[in-house]
Design a protein around this ligand. Structure first.
Ligand code: ZN
Ligand code: ZN
Ligand code: FE
Length: 763
């Protein structure tokens, strides 16, 4: 007789709400093991009993091929005396006060896609099809643990067939909380001014409307979208006008690979990202012969594309129907610029009526707004731009354990963080904190995430900027808590360090548009020598005035005039930024440039990009954040180019003096050098500056780790060539791959810094 052994195991990581228990059940059964499995605290516990060989094989398989959405961080195994049991069971959860990860929304899986297309399946063409491996999660949950009773599905009673699947450990819908079908689940409806239709008729109607150039409002996972045919210029322009978002690019959803390749050039890494469980919008190179409307992304060489991520999207855009539909749809959040995305049916019907010809909705409520995530691939690695659907609020790590903490983030592209121990969750993208509705949503989202995660902050951190709404919120909402003010660019650097688990000091290069400096000036071209607890400003781009203050962010010619004056180049009418404003406005600026006015000073590399775009007559007024820089990157020649001259002014800190660069650009223009070459040489100059400053810091400080962060490093050309140049000089280079390089990553950096400061305060 084979001697029986038993082992007890604890599996940690993302193992709840991802089909882990049925997976363990099936695996144990396959190896003829007895025992049990259950959810407990932060992980899954199991007891297995049987032959030693079988137990070893079971453990190897457990680690080797977990369910697609699971991610195991630790498995602990202990010997147990065998108890002579002979069955395997999934047993009741052991509740615990521990922190449970909140699952993120998951795109339609391949099994569900197959059922959706299978006429023999009982969920054939059911738009809200889902299973243990896919479907809504964070967007529908209002309390933890993540059980159906705590989701927007609580009002739907399961039919007999669904219940049978729900309770069957061998079904792939065992404990799939949002389980639903034609019989028992939410239903589709299309609402128009003069009537409504439901089910298949609603779908057919929506497809026909889209084909005919209409705009359809559509209820997605975490909010409403506005959709129209991406090849219909009139519809796209109508949509853009209503959104009031200037020339900011719109994203599109494509039917399939074939359609994708009609629109864009896509590499393997980009395709994998588009097909990942999050299905984000991915920025890719657009074909010059792509036939989508130019109004989708004027002036940009890239386009944001995604695949259908729910059954509803697939039924709306798919080829399998008698009613034709466009193969590419503009899919943009249903809100006007600066307002939050609409999530309520009532609001959608009330406010979208003036833009949408129809509203396609269903009766599953959206509990928490979650926007589409936006990402890109740089040098084969993901570089997120907006972290929301599919990513948030999955947990990440902090360098040091903390008491329960809230980090309030920045005011633009706002996110916040909650942390306890070394666990941290980064909220999904909230938006720009400049509108009352966004303010309300920001505080509601904090409250809800605190409830879900069952934590009450004891410490709150915020940006140093005295005028930030998020800072005033922290002061007003938590008057009695300990507060930490954290410098913006230090937070950028710390966020990238924490992502990579770096320790010790690094050279942190933070290039962005705006961040409040500890000297009260507008920083944004910073070389910090930093660890988590502290930073020293080792070098920065030399200050130039922002004529007209905030106006200089929108009107790039103002920055060009400031750089021309700094470089002692006369404001001559042959120069585009001098010509554009006209004599009257130029006179106003000339007065501001005089001795009696003090314009705010900035070291921002974002503003330097603006100035160069204006000098090249490329862009004098921007209609969305970073537009000039995006267009300058798109314009730049792909080949290698010689950098322009620059100077490093000694002192503490060193100052990067780009006046020689500005003079050389003006000379190149005079000589008739193409704007594409000048743009490329400007990029090369920034790389040369980075290499120069880093090399000096290595010699003087012995530092070899370089962190590239800040919104400017969303520029692929710059990020990629700077990393390559540094790596070839044997620097270890770190870029963002989990949180955005832009201000969406600030709250995570604040939390990392707070964890270090509070620790050193204790020690
Ligand atoms: Zn599925
Ligand atoms: Zn059902
Ligand atoms: Fe920033």
């Amino acid at each position: 007789m084979i001697e029986r052994a038993a082992r007890f195991l604890i599996v940690e990581g993302v193992v709840q709400g991802v089909g882990f228990r049925p997976f363990v059940y099936r695996l144990a059964t396959r190896y003829g093991l007895a025992g049990w499995v259950r959810n407990a605290g932060t992980g899954v516990e199991a007891l297995v009993e049987g032959g030693n060989v079988q137990i070893d094989a079971f453990l190897a398989a457990l680690v080797a091929a977990p369910p697609p959405l699971a991610s195991i961080t630790d498995v602990r195994v202990a010997e147990e005396p065998a108890a002579d049991i002979h069955t395997f069971a999934i047993v009741a959860s052991r509740s615990s006060a521990g922190i449970q990860p909140i699952p993120a929304d998951v795109a339609l899986c391949s099994d569900c896609r197959r059922e959706l297309d299978d006429p023999a399946d009982r969920r054939y063409r059911y738009p809200l099809i889902n299973c243990t491996n896919c479907g809504p999660r964070y967007s529908i949950v209002n309390a933890m643990p993540y059980d159906r009773a705590h989701t927007a599905m609580q009002t739907f009673d399961m039919c007999t067939a669904c219940r049978a699947e729900y309770v069957d450990p061998l079904s792939r819908r065992f404990h799939a909380e949002p389980i639903a079908c034609h019989e028992c689940g939410p239903q589709l409806e299309v609402v128009e001014r003069n009537g409504r239709q439901s089910g298949e008729a609603a779908l057919a109607r929506a497809r026909r409307l889209l084909t005919n150039g209409a705009i359809v409002a559509l209820k997605g996972v975490g909010g409403y979208h506005l959709a129209c045919d991406a090849r219909n210029s009139d519809a796209v322009e109508r949509l853009r006008r209503w959104k009031r978002r200037g020339e900011k690019p719109l994203a599109i959803m494509v039917r399939d690979h074939t359609e994708l390749l009609h629109v864009a050039r896509v590499n393997d890494a980009e395709l994998r990202l588009m097909e990942s469980s999050a299905h984000p919008i991915v920025l890719v190179e657009q074909h010059s012969r792509s036939s989508v409307a130019g109004a989708i992304n004027p002036g940009s060489s890239t386009i944001g594309v995604m695949f259908a991520y729910t059954g509803l999207h697939r039924l709306l855009i798919g080829a399998e129907s008698d009613v034709p539909a466009p193969a590419a749809l503009v899919m943009t959040s249903a809100n006007r610029s600066a307002e939050p995305t609409i999530t309520s049916d009532e609001l959608a019907l009330r406010t979208l009526v003036d833009i949408a010809d129809a509203v396609l909705m269903h009766d599953r409520a959206i509990v928490t707004r979650v926007d589409d995530s936006v990402s890109q691939i740089i040098d084969g690695v993901e570089a997120p731009l907006r972290r929301a659907r599919g990513y948030a609020p999955l947990p990440m790590k902090l360098p040091f354990p903390v008491r329960p903490l809230l980090a309030c983030g920045a005011d633009m592209k706002s996110t916040f963080c909650l942390a306890t121990g070394t666990q941290v969750v980064l909220s999904s993208y909230v938006g720009d904190l400049e509108n009352y509705d966004v303010h309300c949503e920001y505080s509601t989202m904090i409250e809800r995430l605190c409830t879900l995660w069952r934590i009450e902050p004891e410490v709150v951190c915020h940006d140093l900027h005295p005028g930030y709404w998020s800072r005033r919120f922290a002061e007003r909402a938590y008057p009695d808590l300990r507060r930490l003010a954290i410098q913006h660019h230090h937070a950028h650097v710390a966020s990238c360090m924490a992502e990579h688990g770096l320790n010790g000091s690094v050279i942190g290069i933070a290039f962005d548009g705006t961040g409040y400096g500890d000297d009260g000036r507008v920083w944004g071209g910073e070389f910090l020598v930093a660890d988590y607890a502290a930073y020293e400003r080792a070098a920065h781009f030399d200050y130039v005035p922002m004529y007209g203050g905030e106006l200089a962010i929108r009107e790039t010619w103002r920055m060009a005039l400031a750089y021309l004056r700094a470089a002692e180049i006369e404001w001559d009418e042959r120069l585009a930024p001098v010509r554009v404003p006209g004599p009257a406005q130029r006179q106003v600026v000339a007065v501001q440039a005089g001795a009696h006015f003090t314009a705010p000073l900035t070291s921002s590399v974002g503003r330097l990009f603006d100035a160069v775009a204006s000098l090249l007559d490329l862009r004098h007024v921007v209609t969305y954040d970073a537009q000039a820089a995006i267009e300058l990157e798109a314009l730049a020649d792909a080949g290698a180019c010689a950098p322009y001259d620059f100077l490093i002014a000694e002192g503490e800190p060193w100052r990067v003096d780009v006046r020689p660069t500005i003079r050389a650009i003006v000379d190149d223009r005079d000589r008739g050098t193409s704007a594409a070459t000048i743009a490329a040489r400007f990029h090369a100059t920034l790389v040369a500056i980075i290499v120069h400053v880093c090399s000096r810091l290595r010699t003087e400080r012995g530092l070899n780790d370089v962190v590239l962060t800040g919104g400017v490093f969303q520029n692929r050309k710059l990020a990629s060539s700077a990393a390559r140049a540094l790596a070839s000089r044997h620097f270890a280079v770190y870029r963002h791959r989990a949180v955005p390089a832009n201000d969406g990553g600030i709250s995570y950096g604040q939390a990392a810094i707070a964890s270090a400061r509070l620790r050193s305060a204790l020690g």
